[in-house]
Design a protein around this ligand. Structure first.
Ligand code: ADP
Length: 255
């Protein structure tokens, strides 16, 4: 599996929680090397969509494909192996491990819950471990935090953790990267650095799905945007189309 190259497509994806139709027949396409923004008011189904694509929730209807590969519902570890990586709204790091170890864990996939599980999943073979460490150091360089490699993760600032999460996701050489509110809590300068990073990642052929409240960031870097409302698509198009879309402007952008 090489980084990039396969389109992600969702057709008729649905998921309810009790009587709430969180997403209701969603069609979505993200091409390799494109940045796709997913926006909409609170409760419109953005996080549910991201959880369905990454397999944390199992969709109850519809089909999802990565290239010609049909992805069975759920199965987050399988999806990660197939090249769908994600970050979380609240960064998930192991505080007592070093930054480098946290990034290395991204290359071992299975989403370990505890420090011990995560450390046990690292390669026992010295040579494999050195290769993984070198790759993790490279990914820290990609996000501009190589100097922090040996620091305990619980010493980091919130904004640094957001970038560490991206470095960890990149360890999978993903076809797709799902970013859940990556700009939350970042300063203006940090958001600019984030924008440059996301553009560089997509330029390598990775498709990016960006769930984000920060409208300036969305409009600055997205090739396409899908606007959700009550689990359905209110509008979809290029950033320029969405910015001037009447219903979107009145219902969501509040102008
Ligand atoms: P957004 O990310 O756009 O704010 P969500 O995907 O979180 O929207 O939520 C979509 C709808 O599904 C909302 O009505 C929300 O209350 C409901 N919902 C989301 N997650 C759950 C859950 N785990 N249990 C019950 N209802 C949920």
């Amino acid at each position: 599996k090489s980084a990039g190259g396969r389109p992600l497509s969702l057709r008729g994806i649905a998921l309810s929680f009790g009587n709430v139709r969180a997403i209701d027949g969603l069609d979505l396409d993200v091409a390799p090397g494109r940045i796709h923004g997913l926006i909409g008011p609170n409760g419109s189904g953005k996080t549910t969509t991201l959880n369905v694509i990454s397999g944390y929730y199992a969709a109850k209807g519809g089909t999802m494909k990565l290239g010609d590969d049909v992805l069975p519902p759920g199965m987050p570890a399988l999806r990660a192996r197939k090249g769908i990586a994600r970050t979380f709204q609240t960064p998930r790091v192991i505080g007592e491990a070093s930054v480098l170890q946290n990034v290395m864990i991204g290359g071992t996939i299975e989403g370990q819950a505890t420090f011990v599980e995560a450390m046990l999943s690292l390669p026992r073979n010295r040579r494999d471990e050195r290769m993984l460490a070198a790759k993790a150091q490279g990914m820290l360089g990609v996000v501009g935090l190589e100097a922090l490699a040996d620091i305990r993760a619980d010493r980091l600032q919130h904004s640094e953790l957001r970038f560490i999460e991206i470095a960890r996701a990149l360890m999978l050489d993903p076809d797709f990267l799902l970013l859940d509110e990556p700009a939350a809590g970042l300063s203006g300068d940090e958001i600019e650095r984030l924008a440059g990073l996301i553009k560089a990642i997509s330029a390598r052929g990775t498709g990016v799905l960006l769930v984000e409240h920060h409208a300036d960031l969305i409009f600055a870097i997205c090739d396409e945007i899908t606007v959700l409302n009550l689990g359905r698509i209110l509008a979809a198009g290029t950033a320029a189309e969405i910015r001037t879309h009447k219903e979107v402007v009145s219902a969501y952008l509040g102008a």
